[in-house]
Design a protein around this ligand. Structure first.
Ligand SMILES: O=C(O)CCC(=O)C(=O)O
Length: 279
């Protein structure tokens, strides 16, 4: 039994027809490139939709960033909260590149190489975000508070997120289905975050196809939010999860060396409110 729009049925993702048609050529070229065949990390990224890089970032560099982040993240003067009715669900640092020295260096040359190949050429960083998710009260179960319901993101098929956790994420870690499992869910009853019907409901909660990126200082995850069904895990009561995110999109040109100083302000995370849905 199958349900859903033609795009979900044909492509097995929730990205939409136009984006699938416009960008599937780049994804195919990148998957077939010799550089991908030579790289176990890129091969895994193409096959599964994510790759965990256990020791990507030098431990002392990320520890320094963590130290500064911890000084700031609960300070209302330099953070913003999404304007939802859920009190203290999450908090974002405003201007993380300006406030956390060394942050741009987390995008290491190795990761930049992986991303260039995956994007079939150049890429750009759309935003860099640093935020904390808190535990959610049981009364919020079923509500989309901070990307905690299964979904795909929209955008080019070669768009990526680079996640660097600032500590162990535990049950608050990013949860993902690989590409094959995502397609099965999409084709059997996924309509949107709040509407998953039929076999897709069971498949979406099948623990054997869910990978949780629990992280740890120095580790990182490169993942494709268009091709993997994903959600934010919920931290255990009384705990939280801290994350840095680089949001990557394909571009005509290579990323410049001074990309961080050229970045425009993140208009979604400014003032004291996160202005639009960011997950
Ligand atoms: O915070 C997370 O673990 C999930 C983020 C998310 O849902 C997204 O980037 O679309």
């Amino acid at each position: 039994m199958v349900f859903g729009t033609p795009s979900r049925l044909i492509f097995g993702n929730d990205v939409g027809l136009a984006s699938n048609l416009r960008t599937s050529g780049s994804l195919r070229r990148s998957r077939r490139s010799p550089a991908t065949a030579a790289s176990p990390e890129l091969s895994q990224l193409h096959e599964q939709g994510f790759v965990v890089l256990p020791a990507e970032v030098p431990g002392d560099a990320v520890a320094r960033i963590q130290e500064r982040y911890l000084e700031l993240i609960e300070d209302p003067a330099c953070t913003a909260t999404p304007g939802t009715d859920v009190p203290e669900a999450s908090r974002y640092l405003v201007d993380p590149l300006g406030r956390l020295p060394g942050l741009a260096d987390l995008l290491t040359p190795h990761v930049r190489d992986l991303i260039s190949t995956y994007c079939d050429g150049g890429f750009k960083v759309l935003s860099v975000r640093a935020w904390r998710n808190h535990a959610l009260d049981a009364s919020w179960a079923g509500r989309d508070v901070y990307g905690n319901l299964w979904h795909n993101d929209e955008g080019a098929l070669t768009g990526l997120r680079f996640f660097v956790p600032l500590g162990d994420s535990g049950p608050g870690g990013l949860q993902m289905h690989d590409i094959a499992a995502t397609r099965r869910v999409m084709r059997t009853g996924f309509f949107r975050r709040q509407l998953i019907c039929g076999p897709a409901r069971r498949l979406a909660e099948d623990p054997t196809t869910i990978t949780t990126f629990t992280g740890g200082l120095g580790s990182a995850c490169l993942w494709n939010p268009q091709l993997t069904l994903h959600r934010a895990g919920t931290p255990a009561p009384g705990t939280h999860r801290d994350m840095i995110q680089f949001w990557i999109a394909p571009a005509r040109q290579a990323l410049s060396d001074d990309w961080a100083s050229q970045m425009p302000p993140d208009t979604a995370v400014c003032g004291d409110q996160v202005l639009q849905q960011v997950t």
